[in-house]
Design a protein around this ligand. Sequence first.
Ligand SMILES: [Zn+2]
Ligand SMILES: [Zn+2]
Length: 241
Amino acid sequence: MSKVDALFLTHYHSDHTLGIPDLWLTGWLNNSRKEPFRLIGPVGAKSLMTSLEAAYALDIKIRLEDEKLSPEGIATVVEEFEKDGVVYDRDDVKVIAFTVDHGAAIKPAVGYRIEYKGRAVVISGDTRYDQNVIKYSAGVDLLIHEVCVARTELLSSNPYMRRVMDHHTSPREAGQVFSLAKPKLAVYSHLVFLGSDKIPRATVEDIVAGTRETYDGPLQVGADLMSFEIGHTVIVRQRNP
Ligand SMILES: [Zn+2]
Ligand SMILES: [Zn+2]
């Protein structure tokens, strides 16, 4: 398993936080992690982590006693930020948080720009079409963007799905972001396919076709365990080496 130095949160929707206990607790087993688990996020990170520590207190107590695991490895360090700007700066790696628009009630919500020795990657986080993503990702090496796709019939007939769609970026809109930011490579992550009992989900092909209406540059649809090597060009690997 590769080492994780810090976990960055973009916002507090459960699909973005459900994995925290697993990473934190399972990553401790067999004494695999001996330093504190470091969590960095907008306001909300501290109360989330404090509550998880309370929820898993008995498991932690049992394992400390029974498995003799290192107390340092289950400790947590939470860094919460209120404003956009640099939120991590060490070993030549700089991470800059910027506010994105994930909907009026979904606050805070941020994206991240990661800089290292003249290279840069931007992760949009969950967002609607947002100028801030374009601003922070201008000329970036890698732009990782969310996307949400649905058939037109679904959006016109289902108000709940319309509302979900309004919190995200359509393929056509993401293509506009890519065309303006001009990354060396644009990558889709967090692919949301909306559908219902009556109306089937759209497909990956629909995402690509929609994007191509507004963007003709390099594009990759992300998949689990995909990794990227960033040099003069960006190399895509289907799985971690
Ligand atoms: Zn979300
Ligand atoms: Zn999400």
